[in-house]
Design a protein around this ligand. Structure first.
Ligand code: GKR
Ligand code: MG
Length: 417
């Protein structure tokens, strides 16, 4: 007999979407970024959506997951996760790496559950503590356009160039005008630290009293990190991943006048204990894509509360299914202390969901109230972005390789300063 809550199929679709030339400590974003869209189909025809970062390894693991979830009950996410974990274990020894796969499938299960029950995902997480979730304007140094390459014409965008403090302030103004953001994060690690200090000071002057953060993605030594921290005393709400590893961060934290945050050195449960013992971080940027899904993220928030760690949220280039999931879980976390990161303003024009539900107003996204994640897949857009994936031949993110196409002597050095 057919059981409406049983999983019939997991459809895994890799896609490629447009991305501007955003600079970071590894190089520059390519014109196309990759994601993978999940459609978890139940026997009654209900479809739960999920979104995962792209790349060949992640795609293969999701395809392996698709084989072992069929026939399972969509409400039994523990068993679904365990089956995926067991299937991946022989080839993927890292539990953190396996977590990317189970997380994406959990979100699709929760979306399907919400649709069956006619309740939003935030209800399945225990209900909301806020009706809308604050996000930060995610500022990047960037080129005006992707330069012409191999017969391809240059690709411009609506943001223009930002390569100095004035350019960053202008970008922040545009972000604020368009979306109302009230806090700002600058992706650093691109220019020598004094130039990035100057950009943060210019932002502080242009937006007095509005929270600012700087994230050079481990581009600095411990000494350089301490120097920057001292120069930005009283200016940053937190300094994110100035240097590599828990020990390095702990050494910086001894001196830094502001809290240190991370989405790089504490990315798995086993990192929490040493980080807390060494007082290496004071802010954790959580991310449901690798912390085991939305429910585990809610649990992580409780652990952070117990150890006095403040919470923020990490982002990578992403589309609307991820933004909806981020918004639901952020709305359900009482101790969300900082606005969340999001790349969505850079990428939203090329989404796979129908527009209208997820909008930034006054820098916040209203928690969707429709069933499940509350967003609807646009099948034509999915097909178009999948076709682009197939035709482009892009199969992994390579910020460094792309940078070398324009600056052949560019070297990836971390720390660089
Ligand atoms: O998009 O270039 C980028 C970011 O640097 C991203 O890859 C990071 O994962 O945003 C992220 C961060 O906060 O480290
Ligand atoms: Mg970061």
């Amino acid at each position: 007999m057919s059981d409406p809550t049983r999983i019939k199929e997991l459809i895994v679709t890799p896609i490629a979407f447009r991305d501007p030339p955003l600079l970071n400590s590894n190089g520059v974003h390519e014109p196309l970024a990759l994601r993978i869209i999940l459609q978890l189909v139940l026997e009654d025809g209900t479809v739960g959506l999920g979104e995962s970062p792209g790349g060949v390894a992640r795609l293969e693991r999701l395809e392996a997951a698709a084989k072992v979830v069929v026939g399972r009950d969509v409400f039994d996410t523990t068993a679904v996760g365990a089956a995926i974990d067991a299937a991946l274990l022989p080839t993927v020894p890292s539990s953190h790496e396996r977590g990317w796969t189970t997380s994406a499938v959990e979100v699709a299960c929760l979306d399907a559950q919400g649709k069956l029950l006619d309740r939003p995902v935030s209800d399945l997480l225990g209900g909301t503590v806020r009706d809308s979730v604050p996000f930060a304007a995610y500022l990047f140094y960037k080129w005006a356009e992707h330069p012409a390459l191999d017969g391809r014409a240059a690709v411009g965008d609506e943001w223009g160039e930002a390569l100095d403090p004035a350019g960053i302030v202008e970008q922040a103004r545009l972000m604020q005008q368009r979306y109302g953001f009230r806090s700002f994060k600058l992706k650093g690690g691109v220019f020598p630290p004094d130039e990035e200090i100057a950009a943060i000071k210019a932002l502080a002057e242009a937006f007095p009293g509005q929270p600012l953060r700087l994230d050079p993605n481990v581009a600095w030594t411990v000494e350089t990190s301490k120097y920057v921290a001292r120069r930005l005393d009283g200016v940053l709400e937190y300094l994110e991943d100035p240097t590599r590893c828990i020990e390095g961060m702990a050494a910086v934290a001894k001196d830094a006048p502001m809290p240190l945050g991370t989405n790089m050195c504490v990315i798995a449960w086993e990192h929490l204990r040493p980080a807390v013992e060494q007082n290496a971080i004071q802010v954790l940027l959580t991310d449901h894509h690798y912390w085991g899904g939305l429910r585990r993220t809610r649990e992580l928030a409780a652990v952070c509360e117990a150890f006095g760690l403040a919470l923020s949220m990490h982002s990578n280039s992403h589309l609307g299914i991820s933004l909806a999931a981020m918004t639901h879980v952020a709305a359900a976390i009482p101790n969300l202390d900082h606005s969340c990161d999001t790349h969505y303003p850079w990428n939203h024009a090329d989404d796979v969901i129908r527009p209208g539900v997820l909008e930034f107003r006054d820098g916040e996204v209203k928690v969707p109230t429709g069933p499940g994640l509350g967003v609807e897949l646009d099948p034509a857009a999915l097909e178009r972005l999948h076709r682009r994936y197939v035709d482009s031949g892009v199969r992994s993110r390579d910020d460094t390789g792309y940078m070398r196409r324009f600056q052949p002597d560019y070297e990836l050095r971390l720390p660089r300063w």
